[in-house]
Write a protein that binds this ligand. Structure first.
Ligand code: 5AD
Ligand code: FES
Length: 367
């Protein structure tokens, strides 16, 4: 009944998510750690994160960059500043840069395409984009310019909860608010364009139930997704969700936004999608600055994302309060993460660090 395999049924998933016995939880993490070692090895890949703009047109109810957060000064890095960060990533030995921003229309399709080409030309690094919900035309343009991967968390697969925390934007394609959430369709579009696609969720969103988490895990599995980012929901006082209450808790079904629950979701993600790339996220590090990332790396994760954003911008990329690394420099994060990786007996990965299944696709294409 409690078998820890990719074939486990929903009842088994639920009992592991709710498991509180320390010895059994330790067994879950150890099993995920062994599956991680067998499927993707001991290397921990470093992805250099460049937060190139904190401008956003969306009003996500949980996010500190929401358009409604009017007190937040907004910035947009110049192409030369972004290129500088990418050069630094290459100098530090990273295989990948992640270009992340709010949904910022000023980051036009052609502007980002030029940036992708410049980074490729100068550094040859793998490029991951995390620029929100954009048009299929932009996604195609960027793929043709050389982008390799795209991150778009669906946050929750429960359509009612999704709709409640994601007010629609004017440019959205119509959605009846039922069935599959829009970002799951978008992830398939990204995969069809040849991107390695990454997604993820927040754990402990107000109103999120255990059934929702099971459905989220099943969605990772169904998409056979290449990357899975999981972090705790951290209330931001300037957002509506921080003051919202749904009532799931009254029925004992509210998922807590704590580290143990988040780590269980990380471990189960590894078991269900063994060859995915799974980061130890900044949100996990924020809940436990001393050990959070190490704990995640020992519960199934195999990636970390050192921050390369220049310090004067970093403090303004305040998705949630007390975010880890907000006062550090690129060099400090690099040294910090390298030491953490070595402290748990792992090694730093070299090269782009693609998900194994993507490497299989590439081999098939070239055969
Ligand atoms: N708490 C935790 N994670 C958050 N994110 C956004 N707001 C919060 C918050 N308040 C996460 C979302 C988003 C990613 C960039 O940051 O999952 O996809
Ligand atoms: Fe940034 Fe540790 S990774 S300070």
């Amino acid at each position: 009944m409690q078998a820890l395999t990719a074939e486990m049924d929903d009842a088994t998933l639920r009992s592991w998510l709710r498991e509180e016995d320390p010895a059994r939880v330790a067994r879950l993490f150890a099993t995920a750690d062994a599956v991680r070692a067998a499927a993707v090895g001991d290397a921990v890949h470093l992805r250099g994160l460049i937060e190139l703009s904190n401008a956003c047109v969306r009003a996500c109810a949980y996010c500190g960059l929401s358009v409604h957060h009017r007190d937040l000064p907004r910035y947009r890095m110049t192409a030369e500043e972004v290129l500088d960060c990418a050069r630094r990533a290459a100098a530090l030995g990273y295989g990948t840069v992640v270009l992340q921003a709010g949904e910022d229309p000023a980051l036009s399709g052609p502007l980002i395409a030029d940036l992708i080409r410049a980074i490729k030309r100068e550094t040859g690094l793998a490029i991951t984009l995390s620029l929100g919900e954009r048009s299929p035309a932009d996604w195609r343009l960027w793929r043709e310019a050389g982008a390799d991967r795209y991150l778009l968390r669906f946050e929750t697969s429960n359509p009612r909860l999704y709709a409640r925390i994601h007010p629609p934007a004017r440019h959205d394609r119509p959605w009846d608010g039922q069935g599959e959430v829009p970002r799951v369709r978008m992830l398939r579009e990204l995969q069809d364009l040849g991107y390695e696609a990454g997604t993820g969720i927040m754990v402990g969103i107000p109103g999120q139930t255990w059934d929702d988490l099971i459905s989220d895990l099943r969605t990772f599995q169904r998409l056979d997704i290449e990357m899975i980012g999981v972090g705790p929901y951290i209330p931001h006082p300037e957002t509506p969700l921080a003051h919202d209450f749904d009532g799931a808790a009254e029925h004992g079904q509210q998922v807590p936004n704590d580290l143990p629950t988040t780590l269980k979701v990380v471990a189960l993600s590894r078991l269900l999608v063994p060859d995915a790339n799974i980061p130890a996220t900044t949100a996990v590090a924020t809940l436990d600055k001393a050990q959070g990332r190490e704990d995640a790396l020992r519960a199934g994760a195999n990636v970390v994302m050192p921050n390369l954003t220049p310090p004067q911008y970093r403090v303004l990329y305040e998705i949630y309060p007390e975010k880890a690394c907000i006062h550090e420099t690129a060099e400090q994060c690099h040294a910090c993460l390298t030491a953490r990786i070595h402290s748990i007996g792992r090694r730093v990965g070299t090269g782009p660090g693609s998900a194994p299944k993507r490497r299989r696709h590439l081999l098939q294409e070239s055969a």
